[in-house]
Design a protein around this ligand. Sequence first.
Ligand SMILES: Cc1cc2nc3c(=O)[nH]c(=O)nc-3n(C[C@H](O)[C@H](O)[C@H](O)COP(=O)(O)OP(=O)(O)OC[C@H]3O[C@@H](n4cnc5c(N)ncnc54)[C@H](O)[C@@H]3O)c2cc1C
Ligand code: FES
Length: 295
Amino acid sequence: MTAAAAAPVCHADHASHLRATIVAHAQVAERTWRIRLDCPEIAERAVPGQFAMLRIPDRADPLLARPLAVYDTASVDGHRRHADFIYLVHGKFTTALPGLRVGDELTVWGPLGNGFDPPAVDHLVLVAGGIGQTALLSLGRERLGQAAYGAPARSAPRARRVTFCWGARHAGMFGEVHDFRAAGFDVHLATLDGSAGIRGTVVDLLDTVVSRATVGDESVHVACCGPGPMMAAVAKWSAAREVGCHVSLEEPMACGVGICFTCVARIRQADGGWDYRRTCIEGPVFDARDVAWDE
Ligand SMILES: Cc1cc2nc3c(=O)[nH]c(=O)nc-3n(C[C@H](O)[C@H](O)[C@H](O)COP(=O)(O)OP(=O)(O)OC[C@H]3O[C@@H](n4cnc5c(N)ncnc54)[C@H](O)[C@@H]3O)c2cc1C
Ligand code: FES
C-alpha cells in the first residue's frame, strides 16, 4: 500500500488560467466529441493520466470548470503545442461544448494530478469503460516507446506488449479506436448488446484476453479508467490474480488544484483504516488496493 505515503502534487501555485483557442473540433462517436486546443503550456508538460480543467469563458452557467483527461498531444514545427481531449456529452458543460467552433476559446488550467506511472512490466493491460479510454492512449504510446511526455520528457520503462480492453454499452460509443490500433496495441472490445467485440463486460473480456496472467504474475500490470463500479470490478479481478493495478478515479471536481475538497475519495491508510484524499492532487491515479471501494 503506497497511497498513504504519497506526497500530494500541488498545482495551485503554477496552474494559471489560460485562454486556449480551439483548432479542431469534431464528433467522433455517439455523443462523443474530440476537441484540439492550441495550448503549449499543457501540451508540453502533460504526462499520461493527467488532466486539465476546462470552462467556457464569459459564461456564468456552468460556472465551474470540469476536468477532462489529456488524451494526447501533438507537435507543430517540432514543438508540442496542441492538447487533445475527448468528451462524452453528459451534463451542462459537455452539452454546451459542441456549440463551440474552431477559433473560439476555452479557459483552461493544467496539466493537473499525478498521472499514471506503473512499474516496468512486459505486458501492460489498459482497461477502459465508457469514456475512460481518454486517460490511457498516451500511457500505452509512452510504454511502447512511440512518444515521450512531460518537460523534460520523462523516461519510462518499455513494455513489450500493450493490450487495450474497452467496454461500452454498444458499438456506436467507440470513437477513435483506430488511434489505439495505429499505436500498435492489441485491441479488444466488449459491448453489452454484442454489437462490437464480445457480448459482455470488460471484465468478461479480461478473462478471455489476459488468460496468461496467472496468480502473482509480476510481468503483467493493469491500468484502468472508467465508471466506479467497473473500476471496482477490475480492481477485484486484479487482486484475485495478484496482478498489479492502478486506477484513475473520476470524482467530480471543482478547482482541480486542492482547494475545494469536492473531489475526495476514501483511500486506505497504512494503519488499515481509510481517510478522505483529494483526488485532484493525490490522484486521480491510485493503486487499486488502496481505494476503499465498498466501505
Ligand atoms: C480526472 C478526470 C478526468 C476526466 N476525463 C474525462 C474525459 O476525458 N472525458 C469525459 O467525457 N469526461 C471526463 N471526466 C468526467 C467529466 O469531468 C464529468 O463527467 C463532468 O461532470 C462533465 O461535465 P458536465 O457539465 O457535462 O456534467 P455535469 O453537469 O457536471 O454532471 C451531470 C451529472 O453527472 C454527475 N457527475 C458529474 N461528474 C461525475 C463523475 N465524475 N462521476 C459520476 N457522476 C458525475 C453529476 O452529479 C450530475 O448528476 C473526467 C473526470 C475526472 C475527475
Ligand atoms: S477539485 Fe478542489 S480540492 Fe480537488
